[in-house]
Design a protein around this ligand. Structure first.
Ligand code: F6P
Length: 324
């Protein structure tokens, strides 16, 4: 392998730049050429490539987003799109690539690798932490810190007005952000896709909370929670069934994806970037770099996207005790 491409794809996550930097610098260290592929698979289809050396990634370890830009690309889902992408890689002399992204990006990589013989290694980059084969994805820790910081601020105003807040956090299919940030921010209830607590239980818990003398209440709701109601509908439901509360809603949205990466994410991304390049040079392919018990490990990408991440039951138990 003489030339390695690096690409960021899907939703961006803080720490992606640190991962790009690690891939580029490891290539420079091991004397392999490196090429940045811009705008995710879209840029692969358009041949939007730029040679990168150790100095191309100066001063980016501390920056959120991705300097390579990202996209969710519909054309890559077609055979014709993937053929164009392959032709461009060949024309540019790119023998292998590292894809930094989540579920969708890895799915694309697997199909691509089946059709064309090009080695691929994945680095999990998503704030959702919904990838099997790693206890933490790049961006998850930063997102948690961001959410906790924001909920702390919401709590100030909630408690000044004796209000109840429904705070919606990201997590289309999983509740890792909601559960961890909820515990970290001292939420009274946490609603996640993995468990449906039911609306009756929510009302009971809020009643108890008020009766016990709490001056404010924060309910953290994952985007994909299964009560069947979004945060605005939950607000209406509680106002109707529990008029003792003055209720407000805060949807945190994309601010959760931005900001400088935490030290944890920077170190994680650096370790994963090094291992990804080394793995390619060892002749490996279709694997994802992950971290387990502080060891850097490799998992087949097919498992990473199919094996479901499990919500931490012990943390659910802790959260229940903490609402006393
Ligand atoms: O990065 C994953 C994620 O944050 C999901 O939790 C969320 O539903 C989605 O991205 C929204 O992303 P976009 O607005 O880019 O489609």
């Amino acid at each position: 392998i003489k030339k390695i491409g690096v690409i960021t794809s899907g939703g961006d996550a803080p720490g992606m730049n640190a991962a790009i930097r690690a891939v580029v610098r490891t290539c420079a260290y091991l004397k392999v050429e490196c090429v940045g592929i811009y705008r995710g698979y879209e840029g692969m289809i358009d041949g939007d490539f730029k040679a990168m050396d150790a100095r191309s990634v100066n001063n980016i370890i501390n920056k959120g987003g991705t300097i390579l830009k990202s996209a969710r690309c519909a054309e890559f889902r077609t055979k014709e799109g993937r053929q164009k992408a392959y032709d461009n890689l060949k024309a540019a002399g790119i023998d292998a690539f590292v894809v930094i992204g989540g579920d969708g990006s890895f799915n694309g990589a697997l199909i691509f690798n089946k059709e064309f013989d090009i080695p691929i290694i994945g680095i999990p980059g998503t704030i959702d932490n919904d990838i099997f084969g790693t206890s933490s994805t790049v961006g998850f820790d930063t997102a948690l810190n961001t959410v906790v910081e924001v909920i702390d601020k919401i709590r100030d105003t909630a408690s000044s007005h004796n209000r109840l807040f429904f705070v919606e956090v990201m997590g289309r299919d999983v509740g890792h952000i909601a559960l961890n940030a909820g515990v970290g921010a001292g939420a009274e209830e946490i609603l996640i896709p993995e468990e449906n607590l039911g609306l009756e239980r929510l009302l009971e818990s809020l009643k108890r909370s008020k009766a016990s003398g709490k001056s404010s209440s924060i309910v953290v709701v994952a985007e994909g929670d299964k009560t069947g109601r979004n945060v605005f509908e939950l607000k209406e439901y509680v106002e109707e069934h529990l008029p003792i509360y003055d209720v407000r809603v805060s949807v945190l949205g994309h601010l959760q994806r931005g900001g400088p990466p935490s030290c944890f994410d920077r170190v994680l991304a650096s370790r994963m970037g090094v291992r990804a390049v080394e793995a390619l040079l060892e002749g490996k392919t279709n694997l994802m770099v992950g971290i387990q018990d502080n060891n850097i490990i490799l998992t087949p990408i097919s498992k990473a996207i199919k094996g479901h991440t499990k919500i931490d039951k012990e943390l659910i138990r802790v959260s229940e005790i903490m609402t006393t």
